[in-house]
Design a binder for this molecule. Structure first.
Ligand SMILES: Nc1ncnc2c1ncn2[C@@H]1O[C@H](COP(=O)(O)OP(=O)(O)OP(=O)(O)O)[C@@H](O)[C@H]1O
Ligand SMILES: [Mg+2]
Length: 209
């Protein structure tokens, strides 16, 4: 039997990584084989692209080039890791996926949404998650959590904070973008109030699983 592909989405500090780990344990305890992965990255080639995209000195990409890099990494990830694992019956849990590109590059930076969808169709050919949890949190709470746990070294050019350093209005557009995606895909995307404790958030996720 084929497995399932589950993704976690939301802004910085929403709790995606925390919940991804909890979901992994939940399925493992029930005897499933689980693959926990993340984007951008997840396979060696895509991790190389990740460095170009998320590090402070990764490059000053045009919106089109940046979008193509995200989907180049994603195509490798889907073809070499996600699809084979799902075909073997595994549960694949991915920390961010296409919704993040649509929210950040599209809603956040204003890159044309139709163009993103065309690139998605070309590279992924309609492949999408079986289920997505959108961890929704007010912008200031999410950034507050990120900053609190980010022991920032100002001189560190490898630091993965290129997106976190964007302004508050950007993060507001991002949040509304994710919520808009959820409204347009109600059967796939479950919105969870991420202001709650990690235990309560996970409780809602379990109920849906
Ligand atoms: N529900 C919660 N309530 C309070 N703190 C939380 C909650 N969930 C996670 N945290 C803490 O907030 C910080 C950010 O959580 P986490 O790394 O899971 O978020 P994230 O969405 O993966 O963030 P990023 O986008 O930066 O990767 C962590 O230190 C985590 O321990
Ligand atoms: Mg994370």
């Amino acid at each position: 039997m084929a497995g399932k592909f589950i993704t976690l989405e939301g802004g910085e500090g929403a709790g995606k990584t925390t919940q991804a780990r909890l979901i992994k344990s939940y399925f493992e305890e029930s005897g499933f084989d689980v693959v926990l992965t993340r984007e951008p990255g997840g396979v060696p080639e895509a991790e190389k692209i990740r460095n170009l995209l998320v590090q402070r000195d990764g490059g000053n990409w045009t919106p089109m080039a940046e979008c193509l890099l995200f989907f180049a990494a994603r195509q490798m990830h889907v073809e070499t890791l996600i699809k084979p694992a799902v075909a073997e019956g595994k549960i694949v849990i991915c920390d961010r996926f296409t919704d993040s590109t649509v929210a950040y590059q599209g809603y956040g930076h204003g890159f044309d949404l139709d163009t993103i969808r065309q690139i998605e169709a070309l590279t992924l050919g309609g492949f999408s998650p079986d289920l997505t949890f959108l961890l929704d949190i007010p912008v200031k709470d999410g950034i507050g959590r990120s900053l609190k746990h980010n022991n920032s070294a100002p001189g560190d050019e490898n630091k993965e904070d290129r997106f976190e350093r964007l302004d508050v209005s950007f993060h507001e557009r991002l949040r509304q973008g994710f919520l808009d995606l959820a409204k347009k895909n109600p059967e796939r995307i479950r919105v969870v109030d991420a202001r709650q404790s990690a235990e309560l958030v996970f409780g809602e996720i379990c109920a849906a699983l």
